[in-house]
Design a protein around this ligand. Structure first.
Ligand code: ATP
Length: 295
């Protein structure tokens, strides 16, 4: 993707498998929204090849669009509508695209309960709180029972309970309905909890692609083992924590207390990779190492 003379995406290449949850991470301005907008068919790429549900998004028709769900970063229309009316209205668009396998749209009362807006059903959209508004955005995105769902920073403004409910909903969509989900987030904890696979975009390129575990193991390498023994506290860094703990118990048995194994968090991994890329250092090398291991 090129804006004017500036390349903002370069060589971005990935495949999402059916029913997979993918999180797109990266610093501000990395190109996450641009990537998602190209896949949604909202923005025409300058070059390259894209297929979404088998179709080039630049040429997607209404039938194709009805199979997608989109939750945008900020969506501030329809303030005068009441919540239930708005969902019923938007849902009615999808009934023509109902199939034997996927009944469209989602029953409105079921959907309201699912996103936790039953009590607000008769309220005007303009009177909702920020978090309730975001729940409505999610409801709008899934009312057509999409096969593929795009979410751009879905949980900004959610309280911890709403965040957890949202994570449960995403798991349900992916596990029960086989929905493929692509989301962007700046919340690394969220990415770790939700995503089967994480893509890190930095400077318009994908610098890492793998599960949270794979990324932390391959990049940071070492885990930290802590324990107490004979009144002392110990810390040891090792690439093979399982074997180390096994040997530790073999040697000291019941003498070991307060055992703790800490892998590098996704945040550690993310910071390392992005720093390497931004400093023009080993980012590419790390990405290639990952690609090689992903095989
Ligand atoms: N319409 C546009 N015209 C010119 N440049 C643009 C346009 N839209 C985005 N850009 C530039 O493209 C780059 C990628 O922007 P994008 O919004 O995709 O990043 P992002 O990763 O989603 O960032 P954020 O985390 O801040 O939402 C940025 O440098 C931005 O300034």
């Amino acid at each position: 993707m090129r804006y004017g003379t500036k390349d903002v995406l370069d060589g971005v290449s990935f495949t999402a498998r059916h029913g997979e949850v993918l999180a797109l991470l990266g610093p501000n301005g990395a190109g996450k929204s641009t990537t998602i907008e190209i896949l949604e068919g909202f923005r025409m790429r300058s070059a390259g090849e894209v297929r979404v549900l088998g179709v080039d998004p630049g040429r997607g028709d209404e039938h194709w669009r009805a199979r997608l769900g989109v939750v945008l970063q900020s969506w501030r229309d329809h303030g005068k509508w009441r919540v239930r009316e708005l969902l019923a209205h938007l849902g009615s668009f999808y009934s023509a695209y109902s199939t034997d396998r996927i009944r469209r749209p989602w029953d409105v009362d079921d959907l309201l309960a699912t996103v936790g807006l039953t009590e607000q059903a008769r309220q005007r959209v303009s009177r909702l709180s920020g978090g309730q508004r975001r729940r409505l955005d999610v409801a709008v995105g899934i009312v057509g029972r999409p096969e593929l769902l795009f979410l751009d920073e879905p949980t900004v403004g959610f309280d911890p309970a709403a965040r957890r409910e949202f994570h449960d909903l995403m798991h349900r969509l992916a596990d029960l309905d086989d929905t493929t989900i692509l989301l962007t987030t700046h919340d690394l904890d969220e990415a770790e909890k939700l995503a089967d696979r994480i893509l890190i975009l930095s400077g318009g390129r994908i610098i890492a692609d793998g599960s949270a575990d794979e990324l932390s193991r391959r990049v940071a390498g070492e885990a930290e083992v802590r324990w107490t023994q004979g009144g002392g506290r110990f810390v040891h860094a090792t690439a093979d924590a399982t074997r180390f703990v096994h040997d530790l118990f073999k040697q000291y048995g019941d003498g070991i207390g307060e055992l703790e194994v800490r892998r590098a968090s996704l945040e550690d991994t993310y910071m390392t990779l992005v720093y390497e890329q931004e400093s023009g250092g080993r980012g590419d090398a790390a990405a290639h190492a990952l690609e090689g291991k992903n095989g």
